[in-house]
Write a protein that binds this ligand. Structure first.
Ligand code: 6GU
Length: 224
């Protein structure tokens, strides 16, 4: 999988991709993440990448020229399965969409900033608009990092069996059951007996019951 990210703040994205699972996926050559600085595409002599919106509204939007040129250039170099705009008015991200996108070969993510991007670019280039929740971020970068992390961990071979992505919360429509580690008794607190029984069938049943209980209590909406 190859992910290209267009941003005015590439520095905001370097950290999240230099650690842990995403770093491992990149090192193994299973994923490629390329950051593209919008400032590299501007023809403005002051390197300006924002502009004022028509209509006199408050705030700024990303300038048309650098964003258009950058998208056209990247699209000329390869076919993208999706050109995703990260925006609070997009589709709220959930695991089903992540699973579907994880099958893509090439994804281009466009990070909005200020008040967003010109509607004409959304109309003509963006194939999917994604929000990561009902709250406002200062820009799309952290959302792009979230989406990238969620995608990369599903690419076959990126994470090992020891933390199979298939047992994650949400992957089976349920929250994950509680987990415990050694020692079996700590500070007087005991691990549930069944987990020490060695009876794998009984343990699976217990885990399923706990997952269902937890989902009913915390996220009944997932069971609808
Ligand atoms: Cl994708 N962008 C911004 N700016 N805010 C958000 C978001 C995205 N998703 C939730 N809030």
């Amino acid at each position: 999988m190859r992910i290209d990210i267009l941003t005015v703040l590439p520095g905001l994205l370097k950290g999240p991709f230099a650690e842990s699972i995403v770093k491992r996926g990149i090192e193994k050559g299973l994923v490629e993440v390329n950051l593209h600085d919008l400032r590299d595409y501007t023809t403005n002599k002051h390197k300006k990448v924002d502009d004022t919106p028509f209509g006199g509204a408050e705030g700024m939007v990303l300038a048309m020229q650098p964003l258009h040129d950058a998208i056209v250039k990247l699209k000329s170099e390869r076919d993208y399965n999706e050109v995703i705009f990260l925006t609070p008015d997009g589709e709220r991200l959930a695991q089903g969409r992540v699973n579907q996108l994880s099958l893509c070969g090439n994804i281009l993510m466009v990070c909005g900033h200020y008040k967003g991007i010109d509607q004409r670019l959304r109309d003509h280039f963006i194939t999917l608009e994604i929000s990561i929740g009902d709250y406002v971020l200062s820009g799309g970068e952290l959302a792009a990092a979230v989406l990238t992390d969620a995608l990369v961990r599903l690419v076959p071979g990126v994470i090992g069996d020891e933390m199979s992505a298939l047992t994650d919360s949400f992957q089976d429509g349920l929250l994950a059951p509680p987990v415990y580690t050694r020692p079996a008794e700590y500070n007087g607190w005991k691990v549930p007996e069944v987990l020490l029984s060695g009876d794998h069938k009984k343990i699976r049943v217990w885990e399923e019951e706990e997952a269902l209980k937890r989902t009913k209590e915390r996220r009944p909406d997932l069971l609808d």
